[in-house]
Design a protein around this ligand. Structure first.
Ligand code: HPA
Length: 272
């Protein structure tokens, strides 16, 4: 079976179990599960029960699709995403995004935790991603292109929807939330970066680095979805002191800042 057939089969399986066509898809990044409290849940489907879906391996990731409404809008949320560093292929990492598109999702919202190379930002800041640099060693669109999924050579001049960025600015202003804007670079991990690597990422023009998001955005754009993405800054990669970085530190910072991002996205969803 082709990728296209698998997507159709998975979407058909899901459509039998949901009442509304989701308009907005939301990928919950690590430590950002707070958005779950903002949704009126109608149906939950465990990844392990969904045909062709990869299965989550990371401890603490629930591994399910949540369907419901948020501020009146039909949404689907991915609780638990698939990271390249876990060993999945790029097609597996991005398969749920393809399925969202096949279900009817028009807008994709993605969040993540990220290390920071911009010294004017600080831990706990919310950074809207207005552009990215793809440094993953494998590309999700590599291989024969299925025109039913998108064009061979997608334009990437403006992957992040300017109207959604503007909307985020309006909502943040109302909420008294200070936002940063920056360039996210996708690096495969699972090691955090060396000091020399953080320096390099700074030099090439990135503000924040993380191990996710870029493949999902590429596939969403390939499929013609509108995209909005934001990072929670969890650690300063570039700093003078002895900068060790731990997963615990990243999770703690992500959890502390999560309510801000959840409130921002919830505020935006009602107006999308
Ligand atoms: N590097 C890469 N990924 C990350 C980081 C980081 O410093 N912080 C959170 N995710």
């Amino acid at each position: 079976m082709s990728l296209f057939d698998n997507i159709q089969e998975t979407a058909a399986f899901i459509k039998e179990r949901i009442n509304h066509t989701p308009q907005i898809g939301i990928v919950l990044g690590s430590g950002l599960g707070g958005l779950i409290d903002e949704v009126e849940t109608e149906t939950e489907i465990m990844y392990k029960d969904i045909p062709h879906f990869p299965v989550s391996t990371v401890k603490g990731h629930a591994g399910k699709l949540i369907f419901g409404t948020m501020h009146g809008k039909p949404v689907v949320m991915m609780a638990g995403r698939f990271h390249y560093y876990e060993g999945y292929t790029m097609q597996e990492v991005t398969f749920p995004i393809r399925v969202m598109k096949a279900l009817g999702v028009e807008t994709l919202v993605v969040s993540n935790a990220a290390g920071c190379m911009n010294v004017s930002f600080k831990v706990g800041d919310i950074m809207l991603i207005h552009d990215h640099i793809n440094l993953f060693p494998e590309h999700p669109l590599r291989g024969p292109n299925d025109e039913r999924l998108g064009v061979r050579f997608p334009d990437m001049s403006e992957p992040y929807d300017p109207q959604l960025i503007a909307l985020a600015g309006e909502v943040a202003k109302e909420q008294g939330l200070e936002l940063r804007k920056g360039v996210y670079v996708g690096f495969q991990g699972p090691t955090f970066e060396t000091r020399a690597e953080y320096n390099m990422l700074h030099v090439i023009g990135a503000d924040a680095v993380g191990m996710s998001t870029v493949p999902e955005i590429i596939v969403a754009r390939h499929g013609g979805m509108k995209v909005f993405a934001a990072s929670v800054i969890t650690d300063m990669g570039i700093r003078e002191d002895l900068n060790t970085i731990s997963h615990e530190e990243v999770l703690a910072a992500a959890n502390a800042a999560a309510p801000k991002l959840a409130a921002l996205v919830a505020g935006m969803v009602g107006r999308m």
